[in-house]
Design a protein around this ligand. Sequence first.
Ligand code: HDL
Ligand code: ZN
Length: 423
Amino acid sequence: MTVLNDPATLDSTVRKAVADATITDIHTHLFPPSHGNLLLWNVDEMLTYHYLVAELFTMAPSGLTPADFRKMPKCRQADLVWEHVLLRRGALSEAARGVVTTLNKLGLDIGGRDLAGIRKWFAQQKTESYLVKVFELAGLDYAVMTNDPFQPAEVEHWRAGRPPHELLKPALRIDTLVSNWPAAAGMMTAAGYETAAMLEADSFDEARSFKEARRFLADWAKKIKPVYLAVSLPSDFAYPTDQPRGRVLNNVIIPAARELHLPIAMMIGTRRRANPALGDGGDAVGVADVSAVQNICAENPDIKFLVTMLSRVNQHELCVCARKFGNLHLFGCWWFCNTPSIIEEMTKMRLELLGANFTANHSDARVLDLLISKWSHTRDIVADVLADKYRLLFQAGWHPTDDEVRRSVRNLLGGAYEEFPAK
Ligand code: HDL
Ligand code: ZN
C-alpha cells in the first residue's frame, strides 16, 4: 500500500487501476454457447446489431425497406451497413465506432477495410474459445444474461437442461408478466399453472392466479438460479397504480423477490416500437416519472432495487432519489445513454452526488464481440472522470493510497453491485 503524494503518480495510478480493473457486466443479452444460435457473434452479427440497422435506414436509399432487408442473408445485410454506415458515412456513430474498436482490439486490420478477410478470420473461430477470448480482452469476470421464461426459443434450451456457462450468470426477465398479463397467464396456464387470463373480469380469482404466478417464478428461479429479477418499464410507468401493472408488481413480483431474496432490476423509460418496422431497432425513449422509483423504494424498504433509466433528462432526479434510499442502487448508462458524452456527464454527476456507490455502466451487449468495444470505450471515460475527481480531492488535501484508488474503481465496475444485496 503506497500513499500517493504527487499529482502525476496519482493520475497514472487511477488510469492504470481503471485499465487493469476486472469488470462485472451486470446486464447483457448474451447466452451460453450451449444455447446455440441465441448467442450472436462475428463481424456480420456486429454489423447487423439493431443499433446499426436503425442507423442504416436513416441513410440508405429509400428503395430499401426493412421488410426487404430482413429477407436478405445476414452477410448481405452486413454488406449494406458496412457500405452505407461505415464506408459512405465514415463510421462516426458510437455503434459504428464500436465495430471498429472491437475489430482493432482483436488484432484485425480494420484500417485496411478488408471485410472479406475479416470474415475469413471469424470463420476460423470456435464459439467456446472465442467467448473466453472476448471476456479476457474485455476484462470481465462474468456477465449477467437476460433470461426470459416467456420466450419459447429460450425456454426450450432450459427445459432441455442445456448447461449454463461459468462466465455468464442468469437473470429472470419478466416484462411479459408485468406488462402483458393475458399473454403471460396463457403461457403459464399452458405450463400447468392456474393463471386466469382476464385481470379485469369480475370472475378473476386474483388470489389464486397471483399465487400461481409466484409459484411459476419460484420454479424458474430454482431452475436457472437468477441473480436478480429484471423488468423494463415504459416511460409512463407509475407507482403506485391500480393498473394491472401495479397489481402484478405488488402481488406477484415484489412478494416473489421477498420470498426468493432477489433484487429487482427496473429499467425505466422505453417507448417500444416507435417504428415497428425496425423491430428491436424501432424502440425509442421517453422521459419517465422518477417519483415511481421513489414510491416503490419507500413502500418496500426490505426489497433491493437496481434501477437504470433510459432518458438523459431523468438522470439528475434519479441520482437525488438514490441519495434517499439505501435499498436503491443505480446502474449503467443504458442504451441511448451509452455514448461518451452522456457516460461522462452521468459518471461525473453520480460521483458528485453518490460517491463511489453506483455501477458506472453495463454493456447491454447482444453481440458477444461488442463486449470488447463497449467496455474499452467506458474505461476511457471512467478513467478521465475519476482522474479529475481524484485531482480535485488531492488539491483539497486528501492523499489516497493506491489500494484505495483500486477499491473505488472496482466499486464502480461491479464491486458496489455485488455488495448491494447483502447491505
Ligand atoms: O430492454 C432491454 O433490456 C434493452 O436493453 C433492449 O434489449 C434494447 O434493445 C437494447 O439492446 N439496448 O441496448
Ligand atoms: Zn438490455
